[in-house]
Design a protein around this ligand. Structure first.
Ligand code: NOJ
Length: 569
């Protein structure tokens, strides 16, 4: 019967090969992901707005930086009320950005260059111009319940919104539609009606959207505003925050216990994970990445790992940490993240994005590099925003220049507290007109006036620049000690934060960050148990600490707000 055993063995071996593709490495392990805000990256046709062909023409930049993936904010058909996050057709490209064939050109070139492409998936809402919404207004089936429609309530003879919920962009989250005679929920702009995930056919449509883009070769999705997906269907008023210090129509005046972070969100995510994975299995494709965007508690964020998110975005350097946080605050939050990441998953660290002030504006320009240095040294994935690699900062806008709905809704007195325009200005490629971004007379947002000196071309010629530092950080991230070494976050005295990565039998990698406004001299050797002599691998640009020199770790001299990475190789 030996021949039978051999036969069985061959069948089983073949079966294994056919039915279970070899699990390929999760390609996002220990990499940097680079966010592109498409309106502001590169304009190829001179209309003052960035586009897909512009991105394609600049893909070599990512090869040069050695980042693994780009995530592109929405490029779909949109009336641009929220600059692409209000989508009128999930499966076509907005003419401002190009065509589906431009998209294919971009992904083909990206593939050839080894750059993965991640798209934004915006499932919480559509544009009010989306055909689903137009049909929903008219109660045409099956669209009638695709959105959240409610009757108003009669108060002293006038009809009022169903409850006190507020939009993230300010004012009531309900808008009355005369034609349907009901209010619809919009947690963002009035032009962004919320979809109703209690409606099963809707989710099937959304899964089709995912597979449409998977068929076009994308490597994953960043899921927008995921914690807004589901609402408590009792639609109760949300409690007011006592002494919130903000006006009553400001989103931050309420505790969002019914409109956000509902438990049902996680099972919706699971359906998308399944749809993406089963599509991948059919094509024997490489694993696809899911990043989830939710500004929420650590517990809620971590839970996304268990339901299919590879990267539940960690916004700790945006909130709760800020430029008033102490070394102890940083240690506590970093430790908490690392200790809570479920086994077999990766940590992640977001430096900046299109909704927040740029990192050098949030923390001060001297601290700009500190965050990419932290992110490079800590275990897991780093996520940076276009321009972080050259130290771009916010360009303050006047009320007249403001176009972001979050800023416009806040009005002339408070717009600057809410507007996201300052962090969305055109990429600074060189010192020519419009920083080399566009040949137009006017760009959709003004270019920062510092572009003559802060630009990629100039930084490429400098020995000590954000750009040259960032390239070193990407290389560091790929080293075995960063990929699999142990991590300790240590307070080196009161004002210096230290991170040590260790692997047996090799010298450690050490990051030191000075939180003080003055020079600190620290005995890092004793505090951190590291060798007495290490070499400077990288230092923050404004620190002026020279690289490749040997340092006596018993007496490290750290200028105000400086960061330094020391190695033993
Ligand atoms: C989060 C996005 O990052 C933001 O830019 C957008 O305004 C809202 N979600 C609504 O889609």
């Amino acid at each position: 019967m030996w021949w039978f055993s051999l036969y069985l063995c061959l069948i089983l071996t073949n079966f294994r090969v056919d039915s279970a593709p070899k699990p390929t490495k999760e390609w996002w392990k220990d990499t940097f992901i680079y966010q592109i805000y498409p309106r502001s990256f590169m304009d190829s046709n001179g209309d003052g707005i960035g586009d897909l062909n512009g991105i394609t023409s600049k893909l070599e930049h990512f090869v040069d930086l050695n980042v693994s993936a780009i995530w592109i904010s929405p490029i779909y058909v949109s009336p641009m009320v929220d600059f692409g996050y209000d989508i009128a057709n999930f499966t076509d490209i907005d003419p401002i950005y190009g065509t589906l064939s431009d998209f294919t050109n971009m992904t083909t070139k990206a593939k050839a260059l080894g750059i993965k492409v991640i798209l934004d998936f915006v499932p919480n809402h559509t544009s009010d111009k989306h055909p689903w919404f137009q049909k929903s207004i008219k109660k045409i089936q099956p669209y009638s319940d695709y959105y959240i429609w409610m009757d108003g309530v009669l108060v002293n003879g006038t009809t009022q919104p169903p409850n006190n919920w507020l939009s993230v962009f300010g004012n009531s989250a309900w808008e009355f539609n005369k034609e349907r005679g009901q209010y619809y929920l919009h947690q963002f702009a009035i032009g962004q009606p919320d979809l109703n995930y209690h409606n099963i056919p809707l989710n099937t449509e959304m899964q089709n959207v995912l597979t449409f883009w998977l068929d076009r070769g994308v490597d994953g999705f960043r899921i927008d505003a995921i914690n807004h997906l589901i609402e408590d269907t009792r639609y109760l008023d949300e409690p007011k925050i006592i002494n919130s210090g903000v006006p009553d129509n400001d989103y931050d005046s309420l505790k969002h216990i019914y409109s956000r972070d509902q438990i049902g969100t996680y099972s919706i995510l699971q359906t998308w994970r399944k749809a993406i994975d089963s599509h991948g299995k059919k094509l024997k494709a490489e694993p696809k990445i899911i990043l989830t965007e939710a500004y929420t508690s650590l517990t809620n964020t971590i839970m996304y790992y268990n339901y299919g998110s590879n990267i539940p975005m960690n916004f700790m350097f945006i909130t709760p940490l800020n430029n008033h946080s102490t070394t102890m605050d940083f240690k506590r939050h970093i430790d908490a993240w690392i200790n809570n990441v479920p086994k077999g998953n990766l940590a992640n660290w977001v430096v900046s994005n299109h909704d927040q002030h740029r990192v050098g504006t949030r923390y001060g320009t001297r601290r700009t590099d500190e965050f990419s240095m932290l992110v490079a040294t800590l275990p897991g994935v780093g996520i940076i925003y276009y321009g972080d690699e050259i130290g771009m900062i916010d360009r303050p806008m006047s009320w007249n220049e403001t176009v972001d709905p979050a800023g416009c809704n806040a009005g002339p007195q408070r717009y600057y507290l809410k507007s996201r325009d300052p962090a969305r200005t055109p990429y600074q490629w060189d010192n020519t007109t419009n920083a080399g971004f566009s040949t137009a007379n006017i760009t959709w947002l003004p270019v920062h006036s510092n572009y003559k000196t802060v630009n990629l071309a100039a930084e490429k010629l400098m020995m000590n620049s954000h750009y040259s530092l960032f390239k070193k950080l990407v290389a560091l991230k790929k080293m075995p000690i960063i990929q699999s070494g142990t991590t300790e976050v240590i307070l080196v005295g009161e004002m210096v934060l230290g991170v040590v990565r260790r692997l047996p039998d090799v010298p450690p990698v050490v990051l030191l960050v000075n939180f003080s406004e003055t020079t600190e001299i620290v005995d890092a050797r004793t505090w951190m148990n590291i060798p007495e002599q290490l070499t400077v691998y990288a230092s923050s640009v404004e620190s002026n600490i020279p690289c490749e020199v040997t340092m006596d770790t018993t007496e490290v001299n750290l200028p105000a707000a400086a960061s330094v990475i020391l190695v033993g190789f």
